[in-house]
Design a protein around this ligand. Structure first.
Ligand SMILES: [Mg+2]
Length: 196
């Protein structure tokens, strides 16, 4: 499947959803490209997973911001590869540094830098520990098996819109309750403590 075909398929998938993330964050190694960049030389010409480019271009065309969160210990190689692949203009933030935490620092920095709330973000990564810790921050996080592809995109957007509509419902019922607590269908019992 060529890049253009993947991009069109991705556009079609994105078009099926009303609630979309404001930011999509990608890991690098084994998520957008099939290797650890620490084991490669800067002189090489890297290649992406076959559907990665089409997906990035489709998100860009839809006006959805994108960022990188990578724990690679060789950020110089990662940056060189991103340059060589002409991907730098695609990303509003690139956090590439090694930590012992599982990307919570990366997401905190991305959030501080661009101000998008965690629950408006969608994240793709191939490591379960990153997925677990970042999803606890409220980010919809998708474990990829064989790099980012159309299936992962569809799954990500599906889970994102489920999470978003769930939190919207919670918000609405909370607003309803706080505006008029007595008439709420979700009556809460008030227990009066006797002080005697
Ligand atoms: Mg990875």
């Amino acid at each position: 499947m060529g890049d253009e075909k993947v991009k069109n398929d991705a556009l079609q998938i994105i078009g099926m959803f009303q609630l979309l993330p404001r930011l999509v964050v990608f890991d690098l190694d084994y998520t957008i490209w099939p290797f650890y960049c620490q084991s490669r030389s800067k002189r090489e010409m890297p290649s992406l997973y076959p559907q990665a480019k089409g997906i990035l271009y489709a998100l860009k065309e839809k006006g959805i911001d994108m960022a990188i969160a990578s724990r690679s210990p060789t950020s110089d190689i990662a940056n060189t590869f991103i340059d060589k692949l002409s991907l730098k203009p695609m990303f509003v933030a690139q956090e590439i540094f090694f930590t012992w935490t599982y990307k919570t620092d990366h997401f905190q920095r991305i959030h501080t830098r661009i101000g998008i709330p965690f629950n408006s973000m969608l994240f793709f990564d191939d490591e379960d520990k990153n997925i677990q810790s970042v999803s606890k921050m409220g980010v919809t996080s998708i474990l990829v098996d064989n790099g980012v592809n159309l299936g992962a995109l569809r799954q990500g957007l599906t889970e994102f819109s489920q999470n978003a509509s769930r939190s919207e419902k919670n918000n609405q019922s909370w607003q309803k309750y706080s505006q008029n607590p007595n008439s709420s269908e979700k009556k809460e019992e008030i227990v009066y403590m006797s002080d005697s």
